[in-house]
Design a protein around this ligand. Structure first.
Ligand code: HEC
Length: 214
């Protein structure tokens, strides 16, 4: 091996290593960019070739403020996150006559999202309240007169925005699920028997509603 071959043998891998690293603002070389950039459209992304007509060259425009996606009109909530909003929701927000959610599904949501604090039967004896008893509200559970006399609209408002140590549940429950969970709270207030006859399982109708044009 002569001296030049030796230099080349050492220099080549070093050269490759250097050329792969990025320097300052300059990105390094990309091998097989298809591995990083999807061929298909990805919503709200900046493709390799920016879209000239969209802000920031994004593949899609951010919807105008206040836009509601088709079939989600029921997600509009008119009451603001304040004491006045809470009172107004209590007076004006009425539970829909028919809630198209299977009561068993509502119970499951309750076990997942509410029981950790309020307990499976709503006696405020869930593992979190047991461990951190200072979190507990003043009322003893759902059979307390406070909850029995609490309007549905106020409970809905609390599920929307949360209240003190209780967080908002608006991202984990759809509007129909919120009402169905409130119905389940009423069942627990009543010692486990339905206050009103449970509505039939009409999940398929809810699915149909999603396709409706508003
Ligand atoms: C992290 C624990 C926690 C979880 C989880 C939780 N809550 Fe609460 N909840 C509280 C606390 C604390 C209060 C008392 C708030 C206050 O008045 O200070 C409360 C209050 C309430 C009230 C009375 C609301 C009012 O307007 O006074 C209802 C009804 C209720 N929760 C139902 C639910 C339901 C239904 C769920 C599940 C979707 C749930 N909670 C999940 C802690 C929790």
């Amino acid at each position: 091996m002569n001296i030049f071959t030796k230099i080349l043998a050492f220099a080549a891998p070093a050269l490759i290593a250097v050329s792969c690293t990025s320097v300052g603002d300059r990105p390094g070389w990309e091998y097989a960019p298809d591995m990083y950039y999807a061929k298909g459209y990805e919503p709200y992304s900046q493709p390799v070739e920016p879209y000239e007509y969209n802000p920031y060259g994004m593949s899609m425009r951010i919807p105008a403020e206040g836009s509601i996606s088709l079939g989600h009109l029921d997600e509009v909530y008119a009451f603001e996150n304040s004491g006045d909003g809470y009172e107004a929701a209590g007076n004006e927000l009425i539970m829909p006559a028919v809630v198209n959610i299977d009561p068993e599904h509502a119970k499951d949501r309750f076990i997942i999202y509410c029981a950790p604090c309020h307990g499976e039967t709503g006696k405020n004896d869930g593992p979190i309240f047991k461990k951190v008893s200072t979190l507990k509200p003043a009322w003893s559970g759902y059979s307390d007169d406070y909850i029995k006399n609490l309007p549905d609209g106020k409970i809905y408002h609390t599920l929307m925005y949360g209240k003190n140590n209780m967080g908002s549940h608006s991202s984990v429950l759809t509007p129909a699920e919120r009402w169905a969970v409130i119905k389940y709270v009423r069942v627990l207030s009543n010692g486990g028997t339905a206050a009103t006859a449970p509505t039939e399982d009409a999940m398929s109708e809810t699915e149909d509603m999603k396709g409706d044009a508003e």
